[in-house]
Write a protein that binds this ligand. Structure first.
Ligand SMILES: CN(C)c1nc(=O)c2c([nH]1)N([C@@H]1O[C@H](COP(=O)(O)OP(=O)(O)O)[C@@H](O)[C@H]1O)CN2C
Length: 182
């Protein structure tokens, strides 16, 4: 018998095709709800670091689209880990697997607040985001952020910021203000 997960999760892939509108580039690849089915999917697909620039993986609870507008996301935000270019070869894949295992293993106390996570491959520096449901729930956001830093063993000097999706959407210029920084 396979070991069931508490939730069903879906893996999405974003391919940066400039001929399509953004949403049409977002495809659900597969979903799983057992440990065994997770590992067979993970071992079957490319590592995040092997994706082309401009592409993303997202792992979200089944039924939640990895986009701001989804009902489960629109009042929420994300903890953002911005990586340096040199971190792609050695750290990106470990960070992404660690965050996935936190998700499917329900590592966060406020796991109901967790929607999913996204990894963006970008030439200016890769990003990993952990999306939560309610940007105004400071206690849950901070518990999740603290646990995230612990579980990814991020050195204290690496700061992560939490931005509501509303602020990200309304961002003026290149930097979105953070509601929380850890
Ligand atoms: C429904 N809808 C259109 C829509 N819904 C969305 O949920 C959503 C978008 N659009 N996104 C679009 O991608 C651009 C790059 O963001 P990026 O996070 O890839 O980051 P970079 O600027 O490529 O580093 C964003 O500026 C935005 O245009 C991003 N996004 C999450």
């Amino acid at each position: 018998v396979k070991h069931p997960l508490q939730n069903c999760w879906a893996l999405w892939y974003f391919e940066n095709d400039r001929n399509n509108v953004w949403e049409n580039n977002l495809k659900e690849i597969a979903s799983f709800q057992t440990v065994e089915d997770f590992w067979s999917l993970y071992n079957h697909i490319k590592l995040a670091s092997e994706l082309k620039q401009g592409c993303d993986y997202s792992l979200f609870k089944k039924g939640v689209k990895p986009m701001w507008e989804d009902e489960a996301n629109r009042r929420g935000g994300r903890w953002l880990i911005s990586l340096e270019k040199k971190q792609r070869p050695n750290e990106l894949d470990r960070f992404w697997l660690d965050i996935i295992l936190c998700l499917i293993g329900e590592a966060f106390e406020n796991s109901d607040e967790v929607c999913g996570a996204t990894v963006n491959l970008r030439s200016k520096g890769d990003k990993i985001g952990l999306w939560t449901a309610d940007a105004t729930n400071g206690n849950a956001v901070l518990e999740i952020g603290r646990r995230l830093k612990e579980r990814l063993r991020l050195p204290p000097k690496i700061l992560i910021g939490y931005q509501s999706h509303k602020d990200t959407m309304d961002k003026s210029g290149s930097v979105t203000k953070s509601s929380y920084t850890l």
